[in-house]
Design a protein around this ligand. Sequence first.
Ligand code: C5P
Length: 297
Amino acid sequence: MFIFLLKYVSLGVLVFQTTSLVLTMRYSRTLQGEGPRYLASSAVVSAELLKILTCVLLVYKDHSFSIRALNNVLTQEIINKPMDTLKLAIPSGIYTLQNNLLYVALSNLDAATYQVTYQLKILTTALFSVSMLGRRLGVYQWLSLLILMAGVALVQWPSDSSQAHEQLTTGSQFVGLMAVLVACCSSGFAGVYFEKILKETKQSVWVRNIQLGVFGLVFGLMGVFVYDGNRVREYGMFQGYNHLTWTVVALQALGGLVIAAVIKYADNILKGFATSLSIILSTLISYFWLQDFEPTR
Ligand code: C5P
C-alpha cells in the first residue's frame, strides 16, 4: 500500500516538476537582465551539487541522524565498493553526453521540431525495457505507446513550417536531427540501465544517486572548462546568477531526485507517460495563464 502510494506520489511530483521547470526556464530565458547571462554548464554543475547534498541528507535521515552511521554507509557502499560505484559511471557519462547532445540539437533545430523528435524516447525506452529487463508488453500496451507518441508529436507539431524554418539560425537540420536521435537512444538506455541497477541490488536509491551524482559532477565540471573555461576565468563560475537561475537549478535537482524515485517505485515507461502529461499541462498553463501560446486550428 505504501509502495503503491509512493509510486503515484512520485509520478505526480514528476508532472509538477517537469511542468514548472519548462515554464521557469522559458520565463528566465525571456527575461532581459543586465550583465552576462548565466552559463548553462555552470547551472548543470550547481544542480548536480545540490542533488548530491540532498541525497546525503536523506541518507543521514534514514540512519537516524547519526554522523557515524552516515560515514559508515558512504565508506562501505561507495568507497569500499569501487567496481559497484564505477558501474554508475556508465549512465552518468551517457546522461552528460545526452545533455550536451540536446544542446547541439537545440542549436540546429527549432524548439517544436526538437520536442516532436525527442518524444521518440518513449519508444526507445520501451524497447530497452523489453530487451534489458525482460519486460513483456501486450498488444494494447504497444498500441497505447504508439498512440501516446503520435498524440504528443501532433500537439507539438509546428503549424507554419516556413515560420519555424525562418527561426533557424545557422546550422544544419541534419546535425540537429542526428543529435536528438542519438539522445533518444541514450535517454532510453541510461534510464533502463539505472532501473536495472536499482531493482537488481539492495542499495538505497539515494546512495545510488550519490554515486551517479559524483560522476555527473566530474563530467559536468569537465564540460564547464571545455565549453566555458575562458568565460569562467573572466567573470567567474556564478556570473549572471539571479533568483530565477537558482529556481531553475533547484527544479533541475528536484528532477534528478524525482526521476530516481519514479524509476524505483514505478518504471521508465510510466515516466514517459508522466512527462508527456506535463507537456500537455504546460501547454494549457502557457495558454490560459501566461497567454504565451497561440494554438492553431
Ligand atoms: O530526457 P530524460 O528523461 O532521459 O532525462 C533525464 C534527466 O534526468 C537527465 O538530464 C539526467 O541527468 C537526469 N537524471 C538524474 N538522476 C537520475 C536519473 C536521471 O539527475 N537518477
